[in-house]
Design a protein around this ligand. Structure first.
Ligand code: KIV
Length: 272
């Protein structure tokens, strides 16, 4: 059996300390996708963006603990190598460190994943400390935090002013010191992503965080063109799987209508 990447392995991938390759991370939600990416990815995040990409909501706020657990368990069952991180959904951790521990321990227990991720800076340092001291590794998430959509008023680039970028740096340092083993840095100017990466001890994983983060993460549905609602600038499309799906379905539909399907290859006969 392959050995999964541990938080120790991931911490060692801080690029500034040595000359290794950046951490390759991907957001995946299903058994089928997880099986396909198993050999090519260091870290799989089962992200709460599944609320938008899979369930058709306009933001991530309706995602529940049960949704994360069901998808997380499917991804864990279908992989052997990557480190699996599961997002803590909105409302499952903000109230208190104790509430966060109840939710995170259920996620880890019911999925078999190695760690959880939560969105937030300095205001969640106590929670991150509480979880890590009790055996739950935490990945942080700063910059654009989609669970704050209602207070932000939209999905905008963060850290563009000195005040904002100083706050982000302080958040990054504080959650790193509280015990986060790595952090997602989302939608910030490259200079800000670089400055954070240089000044924190744990790896940064950028999504729109520029070229100098210790790793990169994108959403599988975005890079395969399976989510058409909205494409942020930081997304690169590596395939147009939607076109293959539509072509195959049109072909099937046509063949049923023309009575070409089923053919003799697809039927059962009593005597054969
Ligand atoms: O839920 C998600 O897909 C994420 C990524 C944007 C990092 O948190």
């Amino acid at each position: 059996m392959d050995k999964r990447l541990t938080v120790r392995d991931i911490r060692k991938k801080k690029l500034i300390n040595n000359d290794q390759e950046p951490i390759v991370s991907l957001v995946c939600y299903t058994a089928q996708m997880a099986r396909l990416v198993n050999d090519h990815i260091d870290v799989i995040l089962v992200g709460d963006s599944l609320g938008m990409t899979i369930y058709g909501y306009s933001n991530t706020l309706s995602v529940t603990l049960d949704m994360m657990i069901n998808h997380g368990a499917a991804v864990v069952r279908s992989t052997t190598k990557p480190h699996i991180v599961i997002d803590m959904p909105f409302g499952s951790y903000e109230e208190s460190p104790e509430q966060a521990f109840r939710s995170a321990s259920k996620i880890i227990r019911d999925t078999g994943a190695q760690s959880v991720k939560l969105e937030g800076g300095e205001e969640f340092a106590d929670t991150i400390l509480f979880l890590t001291q009790r055996g739950i590794p935490v990945m942080g998430h700063i910059g654009l935090m989609p669970q704050r959509i209602q207070t932000l008023g939209g999905f905008f680039t963060q850290g563009k002013t000195d005040k904002e970028s100083n706050k982000l740096l302080n958040d990054a340092k504080t959650i790193s010191e509280a015990g986060a083993f790595s952090m997602v840095v989302e939608a910030v100017p490259e200079e800000v992503g670089t400055n954070i990466t240089k000044n924190v001890k744990v790896p940064t994983i950028g999504i729109g965080g520029g070229r100098n983060c210790d790793g990169q993460i994108l959403v599988s549905h975005d890079i395969l063109n399976l989510y058409g609602e909205f494409t942020p600038k930081f997304v690169k499309k590596y395939g147009k799987i939607d076109e293959n799906i539509v072509a195959a379905i049109k072909n099937y539909s046509q063949e049923v209508k023309n009575k070409k399907f089923p053919s003799e290859n697809n039927i059962f006969l009593i005597n054969k």
